[in-house]
Design a protein around this ligand. Structure first.
Ligand code: GDP
Ligand code: MG
Length: 184
């Protein structure tokens, strides 16, 4: 089946900007707004046309609205400890659904802000779901920011899971596309 790749992360880190960048050459953007089920998740089909000369692939790309408070305490699985329960409650249901339905998660962080506790919590949550994730260190707009990416290794990832990108300036995106293309 077609691989599902979702963009996860705090509000304002650049998820939608990255979604638009990855979708740019697809011409196939679709949006689902079924209340309660797919609310706030946007689906697109990325075809990586600039790499299609080697192999033609398609992935379903999911943009999520981010994380904000929701009231769903009754759905918290008992296995989580108190800290995790708290986090579970402030994660939107749509983000959790997106994680569940994904084969690969693009976890977006802000290079200028560094690792916030919330980022650590998101990484921990993704791990409880046993999903592969890559960390996209976004807003890496210039080489003057060299080194800002290093603290994101605290999230417990290897070099091959970290991508320095700038959605705004279009930097690092070809590497990312190549890596996704290779995985499909
Ligand atoms: P989302 O809430 O995670 O979907 O984030 P958005 O894609 O809406 O972007 C939030 C803000 O960050 C917007 O003002 C974007 O223009 C800005 N932004 C996104 N990517 C970059 C980037 O690579 N560099 C800079 N400097 N700003 C960015
Ligand atoms: Mg967005």
């Amino acid at each position: 089946r077609t691989m599902v790749v979702s963009l996860i992360g705090r509000p304002n880190v650049g998820k939608s900007s990255i979604f638009n960048r990855l979708m740019r050459k697809a011409h196939k953007a679709i949006t689902h707004d079924k209340p309660g089920v797919t609310r706030d998740r946007h689906y697109g089909i990325a075809t990586f046309e600039e790499l299609a000369h080697t192999r033609s692939v398609e992935t379903i790309l999911v943009d999520t609205g981010g994380f904000y408070p929701t009231k769903i305490e009754e759905n918290v699985p008992k296995k989580y400890d108190q800290v995790m329960n708290k986090f579970f409650n402030i994660m939107t249901e749509q983000a959790r659904i997106a994680i569940k339905e994904s084969d690969l998660i693009l976890f977006v962080v802000d290079s200028r802000e560094g690792v916030l506790p919330f980022d650590q919590a998101i990484a921990d949550y993704i791990r409880t779901q046993r999903k592969e994730f890559w960390v996209l260190v976004n807003k890496y707009d210039t080489d003057k920011q060299e080194g800002e990416e290093l603290e994101f290794y605290q999230l417990g990832i290897g070099e091959e899971q970290l991508f320095k990108i700038s959605a705004e300036h279009g930097l690092g995106l070809l590497d990312l596309k190549q890596a996704i293309h290779k995985k499909v």
